[in-house]
Design a protein around this ligand. Structure first.
Ligand code: ADP
Ligand code: MG
Length: 304
C-alpha cells in the first residue's frame, strides 16, 4: 500500500488537458522528484494531491484518505509549499508562523513548535524581521517553515528552488535533503540536476502524461552504457558515412559541420574518428567526449 496513490487522474481546464490518465504511487520515506518542462502538469497534480483542486476524473489518496472527501485529514498529513510561495509580506516571521499554526490542533505549546521550526529551517537570525524585508532565499525558508510547522508526514514542494540564486539553491536543497530523512517528499522541478542532487526516484511528466518513473540511479544509468562524442569537421561530411562507422548507434547534426555521435557499450571511438577522417580526406577541427546525463535522457523521453 502506497502512502500517496494516484489512480487514473485526468484534469481539464475547459478544453485544455493538463493531466492525462496519471497513475503513480509513492511509498513512505521516498524522496521523489516530479520532473517536467513548464506546462507539463506538475502544479496541477500537486494541487490535486493537496485538495486544492478537483480532478476531472480519477481518484487520489494519502494514507488511504481520499483527497476529495477527507480534506481536513489531508491538510494534516501534508505540508505544501505552493509554486511562487505566496506569503504575507507585512507580517513578521514569527507572527506568520503562529498564524499558520493556529489552523492545526497541536499538543505541544505553540512557542516551542515555532522555535523548533525556525531552527529546522535556519531562520534564527531573521525570525524577528518582517517577511517583506527578507531575501528570496529566506522567504523560501519561511515557505518551508509554514509547510512543515504541523509536522506532516508528507511534504509536497512545488519548485522549491525556482528563482533563487546558486547559494540559496544549495541551502534550500540541503534543508530538503535533511527533511527527506524523516519525511516522504514529493518535489517538482524542471531542473535535472535538482533531481540528481536530492531525489531517490524521478517521475518524468510531459504534456500531462508520465513518460518515465524509475530510480534516479537507473535513469541516469540508463545512459551510462552510452558515450557521446561531439566532433566538428572542417568539411561537410555526408551523414551516411558517419552513420556507417563501426560502433555508432546514433548521430545528430548539431550545427554546420558539428555532429553528435553516440556509441553503445561505452565504446570509445575517438581514434576511429580520426582514422576515418584521414582515410576520407577530412579534417577534424575538434573532438570531445561526454557521458549522457539525465538531461539527455529527459530530452529523449520527452521528444515528440
Ligand atoms: P507545470 O506546473 O508543470 O508548469 P501546470 O500544472 O501549471 O504545469 O499546467 C499544466 C497545463 O494546464 C498548462 O498547459 C497550463 O497552461 C494549463 N493550466 C494550468 N492552470 C490553468 C488554469 N487555471 N486555467 C487554464 N489552464 C491552466
Ligand atoms: Mg508549475
Amino acid at each position: 500500500m502506497g502512502q500517496v496513490k494516484v489512480n487514473d487522474i485526468s484534469k481539464f481546464y475547459g478544453e485544455q488537458k493538463a493531466l492525462n490518465n496519471v497513475n503513480l504511487q509513492v511509498d513512505k520515506g521516498e524522496v521523489v522528484g516530479l520532473l517536467g518542462p513548464n506546462g507539463a502538469g506538475k502544479s496541477t497534480l500537486m494541487k490535486i494531491l493537496t485538495s486544492f483542486l478537483t480532478p476531472t476524473s480519477g481518484t487520489a489518496s494519502i494514507n488511504g484518505f481520499d483527497v476529495q472527501e477527507d480534506v481536513l485529514k489531508i491538510k494534516q498529513l501534508i505540508g505544501y509549499l505552493p509554486e511562487h510561495n505566496p506569503l504575507y509580506h507585512d507580517m513578521y516571521v514569527k507572527e506568520y508562523l503562529r498564524f499558520v499554526l493556529k489552523m492545526y490542533k497541536f499538543a505541544k505549546p505553540a512557542g516551542q513548535v515555532i522555535d523548533e521550526t525556525i531552527l529546522l529551517t535556519g531562520l534564527e537570525k531573521e525570525q524577528h524581521k518582517k517577511i517583506g524585508a527578507l531575501s528570496k532565499g529566506y522567504r523560501q525558508r519561511v515557505g518551508l517553515a509554514q509547510a512543515l510547522i504541523h509536522d506532516p508526514e508528507i511534504l509536497i514542494l512545488d519548485e522549491p528552488t525556482s528563482g533563487l540564486d546558486p547559494n540559496q539553491i544549495v541551502d534550500i536543497r540541503k534543508i530538503i535533503t535533511d527533511l527527506g530523512k524523516e519525511k516522504t517528499v514529493i518535489l517538482s522541478t524542471h531542473i535535472m540536476q535538482e533531481v540528481e542532487a536530492i531525489c531517490d526516484r524521478v517521475i518524468i511528466i510531459d504534456q500531462g502524461k508520465i513518460v518515465a518513473d524509475d530510480s534516479t540511479r537507473n535513469l541516469s544509468g540508463l545512459s551510462l552504457n552510452n558515450l557521446q562524442f561531439r566532433v566538428e569537421f572542417k568539411e561537410d561530411v555526408p551523414e551516411k558515412l558517419i552513420r556507417n562507422m563501426q560502433y555508432v548507434s546514433k548521430i545528430e547534426k548539431l550545427s554546420g559541420n558539428t555532429w553528435l555521435i553516440e556509441t553503445e557499450g561505452k565504446k570509445d571511438i575517438r581514434e576511429n574518428i580520426f582514422k576515418f577522417a584521414v582515410a576520407n580526406n577530412y579534417n577534424v577541427l575538434s573532438l570531445s567526449q561526454s557521458e549522457l546525463k539525465m538531461e539527455d535522457v529527459f530530452r529523449r523521453l520527452t521528444k515528440q
